[in-house]
Ligand binder design. Structure first.
Ligand code: NAD
Length: 356
């Protein structure tokens, strides 16, 4: 029997509740598909600050590097909001991404037929639903470029620079092409090639690599148009690939048009199999400890882990199908119930476990 070692970073707020749900779902699916998991918890975020005075202890970094994969809940909360920047829980997120060399961020944005009513877009626009995978470059570009303050033509000025190497572009575009190949074989590369040199290099490399993937239909789109098309006609997209900053903005736009923050998983990957899987939402301190959180984003993050880290496609599909079935049957946690009676976190987890 295969055995995977998973580092658990429960974090703060609703983090422990939703990670516990995902662990129970993984154990259930593991029994069905003959996969064993060894879970080892490590401290991160506010919980780590409280226990050892720093948001990302060395033991956590080492544990994540040794594990086959990492499942993260969320970090942060008002208790730690007044600490200096280097001691903030969110600092741990950048730290663990850097330590694991996670250069790819995969953010699916899917509109579930059962949740069409949550979508803020007009009914006719989303009549066909949508299922988008946004591939964002995570460790390069303007967020990591040279920056500073200087005396400019008009006095004090600040600057940030965007630089992308061929290597950085090639590796992320390849991930996107491979991802498209596993889905509907359509890739849209988003840039600002009418203005930026980095985008012109990006586009050139996309075209070079596209020639190696004749089965994938590759198109370019300017970022301003992409922002518009996401709300005008989201069902035209399959896989999107873009730079760090454009991806930061577009991934939030894409998640918002699904209308359900508690449903969306994500994966951050390096060039090995190892990766970090987490819901896109935060620690929701307003509902922490109340057994009210929607565990589905974290459960679907665990499904992404099965697919991307372990190539356990059938087990991943079992989870996704169970979630679909539970939603189709009308079960909702409070975030999606609009005041109607709602399931607790544990009840929703139980429903999904029963459906597996
Ligand atoms: P949030 O995502 O935590 O919450 C926004 C709203 O959505 C809240 O009303 C919350 O109750 C609700 N919500 C979020 N997830 C939910 C779920 N699974 N089920 C039901 N409702 C859910 O964002 P925020 O309030 O801006 O941030 C709270 C804290 O989380 C802050 O400290 C922030 O820094 C941190 N944060 C952490 C991460 C992360 O760990 N990756 C990401 C974003 C924010």
């Amino acid at each position: 029997m295969k055995n995977y070692n998973i580092a658990l970073l429960k974090g703060d707020g609703i983090g422990p509740e939703i990670v516990d749900s995902a662990v129970r779902v993984l154990e259930t699916v593991g029994k069905k598909h003959e996969i064993a998991f060894t879970f080892t918890p490590y401290l991160i975020g506010g919980a780590a600050i409280d226990a050892c005075g720093e948001p990302l202890p060395q033991a956590t970094v080492e544990g994540c590097l040794q594990a086959d994969s990492v499942l993260l809940g969320a970090v942060g909360g008002p208790k730690w909001d007044t600490l200096p920047g280097h001691l903030r829980p969110e600092k741990a997120l950048l730290g663990i991404r850097a330590a694991m060399g996670l250069f790819t961020n995969l953010r699916p944005a899917k509109l579930y037929p059962a949740l069409k009513g949550e979508c803020p877009l007009r009914e006719d626009i989303v009549a066909n639903g949508f299922d988008i995978m946004l591939v964002r470059e995570l460790t390069g570009g303007i967020y990591f470029g040279e920056r500073g303050y200087r005396e400019g033509k008009y006095g004090e000025e600040a600057y940030d620079t965007e630089a992308y190497s061929r290597m950085e572009i090639e590796r992320i575009v390849r991930v996107a092409l491979e991802t498209a190949r596993k889905r509907n074989k359509k890739l849209t590369s988003i840039d600002k090639a009418n203005v930026l040199e980095t985008s012109r290099l990006w586009r050139k490399i996309v075209h070079e690599l596209a020639a190696e993937y004749p089965d994938v239909e590759v198109t370019d789109m300017l970022v301003d148009n992409a922002a518009m098309q996401l709300v005008r006609n989201p069902s035209q997209f399959d896989v999107l690939v873009t730079s760090n900053m454009f991806g930061d903005i577009l991934s939030d736009e894409a998640s918002q048009i699904t209308g359900s923050i508690g449903m969306l998983p994500s994966a951050s990957l390096n060039d090995g199999k190892r990766g970090l899987y987490e819901p896109i939402h935060g620690s929701a301190p307003d509902i922490a400890g109340q057994n009210k959180a929607n565990p589905i984003a974290t459960i679907l993050s665990a499904a992404m882990m099965l697919l991307y880290a372990f190539d356990e496609k059938e087990a991943a599909e079992s989870i996704v199908a169970a979630v679909d079935g539970v939603l189709e049957a009308g079960y909702r946690t409070a975030d999606l119930a609009h005041g109607a009676p709602a399931l607790t976190t544990t009840e929703m987890t139980e429903k999904i476990i029963q459906a597996i």
